[in-house]
Design a protein around this ligand. Sequence first.
Ligand code: UDP
Ligand code: MG
Length: 334
Amino acid sequence: MKLSAVKYSIIIPMFNEEEVIEFTYDRLKQVMDSTEEPYELLFVNDGSRDRTAGKMAMICEFDPNVRLIDFSRNFGHQIAISAGMDYAQGAAIIVIDADLQDPPEVILKMIAKWKEGYEVVYGKRLKRNGETVFKKLSAKLFYRTLRTLTNVDIPVDTGDFRLIDRKVCDVLRGLKEKNRFVRGLVSWVGFRQTMVEYEREERFAGESKYPIKRMIAFALDGITSFSYKPLKIATYIGFALSITSFLYLLIVIFQKLFTGSTVAGWASIVAVNLLFNGIILILLGLIGEYIGRIYEESKNRPLYIVRDKLGYPESEGEREAADENSARVDKYVK
Ligand code: UDP
Ligand code: MG
C-alpha cells in the first residue's frame, strides 16, 4: 500500500505502557479494520524505560499499518502528540491515550462527524470511571479555572482524545511554541468544531503517568500559554495595598499629631512586613514562571529528538515537516 493513500492516522503516545500495548493494539486494529479504509497506527514511544519499545518493534515487523517513532528520551505527553502530528500522513488524524481510558470504538463516531464536514471532533468526558476523587476534583477545578482565566474557548472536560482534519494538523504543526498545551491550541485555531460524548474508562493496566507534580506543571503550562491574567494579579494587589497603606498613613499622622501613642506597635510592623514580603515573593515567582517560559521559547531547540523510526518503507520516507524537525536537531547536535 502506498503511504500517501493512508486515510486515518491514529497517534498513540506511550510512556512505560508495556502492560497495555498489546491490548491497545488489538482493540485499535479491530476498530480501524472495521472502517475498511487505509489507516496507520502511529505509536510514539516517549522514552519509556520498560519494554514498550521492544514490544512495539515486534508489532511493527508483522503489521505494515503500524509505525513507531522512538524518542531519545522522555519529552512529555504533549510533545509526543506533536511529534505524531509531524509524522502522520492521514487525511484525518486521531489522538488517543495508550491506556484504553478513551474507548477506541468512539473513533468511529468521530469519523462519522468528520465525514459530515467537521474539522475538529473532540471527545467530551461524561463520566470518569475508576479515577480517584482527588483526580476528578482537581481535573474539574483545572478545567473551570482555565476557562475563567483564558480568552480562548477551551471546552471543559475534554482531553486530547480527538480527531482533527489534515488542514488543522498542518496549521498546528506551524505553531512552533515549545510549551505545548495541545488541546488549547486546537481550540485556538478555530475551524468547524464539534464533539462526541463518551464515558472515560478505568485505566486498563499500569498506573497514571501524571503524578501530582506533573499535573501541576501541566496546569501551569495550560494557563500561562493562554492567559496573562495571573500577571495582572500583581497590579490589583498593588493597588489595593497602596490604598490601604495610604489610609493607614493618615491614621498614623493623626496619632502622631493628636495622641501620644506612636511607640507601641512592634507586632503590627512585623505582621505587615511578613505579609508584604510573602506577597512580593509569590508575585516574583509568578513572574518567574512566565520569564522561564519565554527563555524556553527563545532557545529554539527542537521539540523532540527521534532515535529511530520503524514501519516506514525505505524509499517512501517521512513527511517534509518531520525532516524539518530533524534538520533543526542536526543543527543543534553539531
Ligand atoms: N504519556 C506520555 N509521556 C509522558 C506521560 C504520559 O506519552 O511523559 C502518555 C501515556 O502513555 C498515555 C497518555 O500519555 O498514553 C496519558 O497518560 P496517563 O494515562 O498516564 O494520564 P491520565 O489518564 O492519568 O491523565
Ligand atoms: Mg490515562
